[in-house]
Design a protein around this ligand. Structure first.
Ligand SMILES: C[S@@+](CC[C@H](N)C(=O)[O-])C[C@H]1O[C@@H](n2cnc3c(N)ncnc32)[C@H](O)[C@@H]1O
Length: 231
């Protein structure tokens, strides 16, 4: 299943399972001490970031490639949703014709096929940014138990790439999410969209993993990348 289909299929339950993503948004917003008026949000999902903005703005543009998520995004005179894929150059070429003064992206860019190219495209706006990207210590013990490598980039790799394009501040935070049972834990992974649909384990391997997973919590690691100067 593609990432867009996976997010669309789970769009209706995303709001119940996005506990960590909500904390990530809160932290990302706490780092921004201006009140941007024309906001672009890449990978906006169901509008969780838009809903948490508590200042007046002229325009908010959310971009996402999962139609099911966009359907849930708030819309109004000053909120626009664009169906688009941040892996596509054409999307950026269209966005460059609009006027924004700040770019957000929360819990989405870890799914970029080519993060460097996306950074290059973001850099071309020449705007302040606040990005939160899940990194490879997310599900560290799951990966270790299942003897698989993370599909995510390490925090060091993300930092090196970000520093190539922006004059950035980087903060890496870890989060833990506790569960009453392993079943609950694995349902969460499926429904929250953090697995990104790239299933690498068979049904049997997943059962084995659930049996052997030693923790009652999931681990998450997020790189917060902020740059408030226009480069
Ligand atoms: C974990 S959700 C985060 C949504 C929202 N930003 C939040 O913090 O709640 C990731 C979102 O990124 C979107 N996404 C992933 N890859 C994308 C791409 N290449 N282009 C546009 N959106 C993408 C998914 O459809 C999904 O809505």
């Amino acid at each position: 299943m593609n990432v867009d289909t996976e997010f669309s299929n789970h769009a209706n339950t995303y709001g119940t399972y996005n506990i960590i993503q909500d904390k990530v948004i809160q932290h990302l917003l706490s780092k921004v001490n201006t009140e941007p008026k024309n906001i672009l949000d890449l990978g906006c999902g169901d509008g969780s970031l838009c809903k948490k903005i508590d200042w007046d703005y002229h325009s908010f543009t959310g971009v996402d490639f999962a139609k099911g998520m966009l359907e849930l995004h708030p819309k109004s005179e000053n909120i626009e949703c664009i169906y688009g894929d941040f892996n596509n150059q054409e999307l950026f070429n269209n966005l460059y014709t609009n006027n924004y003064d700040f770019i957000f992206s929360s819990s989405a860019l870890q799914w970029a096929y080519d993060l460097e190219r996306v950074f290059k495209n973001i850099k071309a706006f020449n705007l302040p940014i606040a990005l939160a990207i899940f990194t490879s210590n997310t599900f560290k013990t799951i990966n270790k138990t299942a003897k698989i490598n993370s599909i995510l980039k390490s925090a060091d790799m993300v930092e090196a790439l970000a520093k190539k394009y922006f004059d950035v501040n980087i903060e890496v935070l870890t989060y833990k999410l506790e569960f009453n049972s392993t079943k609950e834990m694995f349902t969460y992974i499926k429904k929250s969209g953090v697995s990104g649909s790239r299933k690498i384990l068979s049904f049997k391997q997943t059962k084995e993993l659930m049996k052997n997973y030693p923790l009652n919590y999931l681990e998450f690691e997020v790189s917060f990348i902020t740059s408030f100067s226009k480069s």
